[in-house]
Design a protein around this ligand. Structure first.
Ligand code: URA
Length: 409
């Protein structure tokens, strides 16, 4: 087999078989295929797409490149959840305790953020003492005891996806529906759950910019799920503006806690959480969606979901009482009057990242207490001098002008 023939075949829009996909991608992982050759193949895939059959082959190759989690020792139905990522997305912290308090098992491998995106693991690490490095035995014990666990990836799951994703990131080949679908689904399948809920974010602050592409991705992920005998549901949710009022690790934990205490019921964050949680409950318990919504709202109102959140943090060693936000804050005031037409998610993400809430390179240190709290939402009318947002500042003073994130007319 020859890598140049494989690249040529894809360039000419011909279908690759399993052996060709395996040869090219595993060859890249093993160092037999050069990064410029893999880059050329990836770009040919971005431009010419892949058939469903090719996507199944690629997903298979990703899965078989590493370990597969065995969740058979967990009693009960496990439902996994994944978001394609966005600014201020703290939904895992809210949803997991909700569904766990209804008897649905959550065994979640989460990631860290890089650049302007935050990761659930970084948010949890903002709580002093919180252990994000659980062993397989600890995960199983915790899920069987309290119904949920959130940990960083312990095993060597889909190592091929890791190296291919890093290459895509620097070669303009991230935005491809077949590549995104196989990358995400391979990780979910290797993580062992038989029921999977995918939250596809669409909009300015998301990887997927249009509803049309989100629908295509949704269809393809469901097909992959079917192929592997997994039940997959998808939701398409808005990421034109930050999700919720806060961006920044500890700030987002605090906001998650307040939603679980029943605050913010009129917010989009609350609505998204209810949608995701009720679909997970419906999948696990086979209940109609309306009944599932009633169950979810009940455990928020009666405090059970919030108690589960506290139990989970304590179980993994976290001491919420010792967590501290940055002491130094600055209120950003409007320099004009008018209606807020846009709060740009990407710019708020960049602002928070520049303050130190995420890493730009692997050696950076995260400042867990920094971030942004939005004081206004899109559609609000403001006067000159009204507070738009409050920023929590640490050591880094070189951040973009917060006013640039707001369009006021
Ligand atoms: N997230 C992933 O894990 N993979 C992609 O390709 C895109 C988003």
């Amino acid at each position: 087999m020859n890598i140049i023939e494989i690249i040529d075949k894809k360039r000419l829009k011909k279908e690759l078989n399993y052996d060709e996909i395996n040869y090219a991608f595993m060859g890249y992982l093993n160092g037999d295929i050069e990064s410029y050759q893999m880059s050329a193949l990836l770009m040919a895939i971005v431009l010419n797409g892949m058939s469903d059959e090719e996507v199944y082959h690629l997903t298979d190759v990703f899965i078989n490149s590493g370990d597969i989690l065995d969740l058979s020792k967990i009693n009960g139905v496990i439902v996994d959840k994944h978001s394609t990522g966005g600014i201020g997305d703290k939904t895992t912290l809210i949803i997991a305790p909700i569904v766990a308090s209804l008897g649905v098992k959550v065994c979640k491998m989460s990631g860290r953020g890089l650049g302007y995106t935050g990761g659930t693991i970084d948010k949890l690490e903002s709580i002093p003492g919180f252990n994000v490095n659980l062993t397989d035995e600890e995960i199983i014990k915790e899920v069987n005891t309290i119904g949920m666990a959130i940990t960083s990836q312990t095993k060597n799951l889909t190592p091929l996806d890791k190296v291919v994703y890093a290459l895509r990131d620097v070669t303009g080949t991230v935005e491809s529906i077949p590549l995104i679908a196989s990358s995400i689904m391979s990780k979910k399948i290797a993580s062992g759950a038989s029921k999977i809920l995918i939250d596809i974010k669409v909009g300015e602050g998301a990887l997927i910019k249009t509803k049309e592409d989100a629908l295509k991705l949704s269809e393809l992920m469901k097909n992959i799920g079917n192929h592997y005998n997994r039940e997959v549901r998808t939701l398409i949710t808005d990421m034109d503006r930050p999700l919720g009022r806060t961006v920044g690790n500890l700030l987002e934990v605090v906001e998650a806690a307040s939603i679980l205490k029943g605050y913010g019921k009129d917010t989009y964050l609350y609505k998204v959480c209810i949608d995701i949680a009720s679909n997970m409950v419906s999948m696990a318990l086979n209940t109609p969606i309306d009944d599932s919504i009633t169950l979810v709202e009940k455990v928020i109102s009666n405090g059970e979901a919030y108690r589960k959140f506290l139990e989970f943090i304590k179980y993994q060693g976290g001491r919420l009482e010792d967590a501290a936000l940055s002491k130094k804050t600055r209120v950003i005031k409007s320099d004009r009057m008018g209606e807020i037409k846009e709060i740009n998610a990407l710019k708020i993400g960049m602002l928070s990242a520049s303050l130190g809430s995420s890493k730009f390179s692997v050696d950076d240190q995260i400042d867990y207490g920094v971030g942004v709290v939005l004081n206004k939402k899109v559609g609000d009318v403001v006067k000159f001098g009204d507070p738009l947002c409050t920023i929590y500042i640490g050591d880094k003073e070189d951040y973009p002008n917060p006013l640039d994130a707001f369009t006021i007319e």
